[in-house]
Ligand binder design. Structure first.
Ligand code: SF4
Length: 177
C-alpha cells in the first residue's frame, strides 16, 4: 500500500491525526523503561503487555527488524478542562477501537507490528505471571512498553504531540514493510 492509502485508511478507521516515518527512526530508550519501572502508570510487572514481560530493549529492536515504515496514529481528546475524565476516556476508547479496525484491515494484506496506547485491559485480571496470556493475538503492547519516547516518534512522523489548548493526544502506531 502507498503512504497515501495508509493515511486514507487511518482516517476511515477513525483516527484524528496520523503521519508516517521510517522504522529506522525508532529509538528504544532505557530511560522510558525506567519510567515504567518507577511505577508511573502502576502496570509494571503486572501484565504480559508491559515490562518486564514484554522483553528487553534489545528484544524491541529485534522485533522491528525488517519493518520499513511506522504509521503513527492519534485520537485526540477535546477537553472542557484538565479534569475532563469523560473526554479522556472517550479518546482512549476511540483509539482502542480504531487500532483494532486498522489491524483487522491490514493483517490479511501484509505483515504488521501494532503498538498500542496504554496497558492491556482485555481481561478484568491479567493472568501474569501465573498462566499464559489468554489472548496473545489481540494484545498490542504500548509504544512506551517497547521503550519508545512517543513525543520523539511523533516529531519524526510530523504529527504534533501537543495539539491546541485543552486537548490530549493518545498515540499508537503500526509498523509495516
Ligand atoms: S489479554 Fe488478558 S492475560 Fe493477556 S495481557 Fe491482556 S489482560 Fe493479560
Amino acid at each position: 500500500m502507498t503512504s497515501e492509502e495508509m493515511i486514507q485508511l487511518a482516517k476511515e478507521c477513525g483516527f484524528d491525526a496520523m503521519g508516517i516515518t521510517e522504522a529506522e527512526n525508532l529509538k528504544f530508550m532505557p530511560e522510558v523503561r525506567d519510567m515504567c519501572a518507577a511505577g508511573k502508570c502502576g502496570a509494571y510487572n503486572k501484565s504480559w503487555s508491559c515490562p518486564p514481560a514484554i522483553g528487553t530493549i534489545e528484544d524491541s529492536y529485534k522485533k522491528i527488524k525488517g519493518y520499513q515504515y511506522c504509521l503513527v496514529l492519534q485520537c485526540i481528546a477535546q477537553m472542557e478542562d484538565d479534569f475532563d475524565v469523560e473526554a479522556m476516556q472517550d479518546a482512549g476508547e476511540r483509539i482502542r477501537i480504531a487500532l483494532e479496525k486498522i489491524v483487522a484491515e491490514l493483517k490479511p494484506k501484509m505483515e504488521i507490528l501494532p503498538m498500542g496506547c496504554g496497558g492491556c485491559r482485555l481481561c478484568s485480571k491479567c493472568t501474569y505471571p501465573d498462566a499464559p496470556c489468554r489472548f496473545p493475538e489481540n494484545v498490542f503492547p504500548s509504544m512506551e512498553a517497547y521503550g519508545l519516547m512517543v513525543s520523539n516518534v511523533c516529531k519524526k512522523a510530523n504529527v504534533p504531540y501537543y495539539h491546541e489548548k485543552n486537548t490530549l493526544a493518545y498515540t499508537c502506531c503500526v509498523l509495516y514493510k
